[in-house]
Design a protein around this ligand. Sequence first.
Ligand code: APR
Length: 238
Amino acid sequence: MNDQLILQIAEAMQKSQKTVVLSGAGMSTESGVPDFRSKDGLWFNMKPQDVATVEAFEQQYDTFHSFYQQRIHDLKQIEPHIGHKTIAKWQQFNLVDLVATQNVDGLHEMAGSDPVARLHGSIRTFHCADCQKAVTEEDYLRKQCPKCGYGRVRPDITLFGEILPQRDWETALHEIKQADLVIVIGTSLEVYPVAELPSLTSGKTVYINKEAPPLASAFDIVLEGKAGEILQAIDRAL
Ligand code: APR
């Protein structure tokens, strides 16, 4: 690990008046949640078109339903790791002002992070796509809306082709534009509009990821490695 860069990030955090963490699926792999585009990622064995689009929900509900039922089941034993807890601690000490995440797993919140902008929604809450009423996980697993009696229920996640949750998006956009420092962690930055966010800040940008970013020159500091280890190293340097 590059100690020089770790020190630079810690110094930037201490100087910054406003710091935003922008995270992706790579933030959760050390908790046992697969990401999407790595060689053992979800989209390696499955086409997102078949399960994560509006069309899939409307035309292949059974495939859609079992895909998310499996993800919900797999999340049962999952806990936040030291990386999530470190970020939550930084928020408590006002070293980080906002966590904006693409993750629907709720691990940042479980670690105590607050505020969190959920840019792609949540897999832990559900609604009926017909009557729009909120329903429970049990209702989702039973595949029928108890409120209207006929509607198809789904998790509150953002599917490809849908707009992002507006309040969370507006919060992230506003804070990132105002930020002195944006720390991007565990995302391939392949999915828009979130992938555009780092370029919208006038502050310093840091990219922490197992693989190099699409455009390294777009970041002031790039640190390749595992999120949990790097976050702990930064914490020690603070
Ligand atoms: N530490 C750091 N980086 C990691 C780790 C780790 N422990 N594990 C994986 N990574 C990196 C991978 O190398 C990859 O570059 O995290 C990145 C995850 O990228 P994606 O799988 O593309 O996930 P993400 O960027 O969050 O996807 C964005 O796409 O499928 C949709 O809605 C879904 O929110 C998701 C969006």
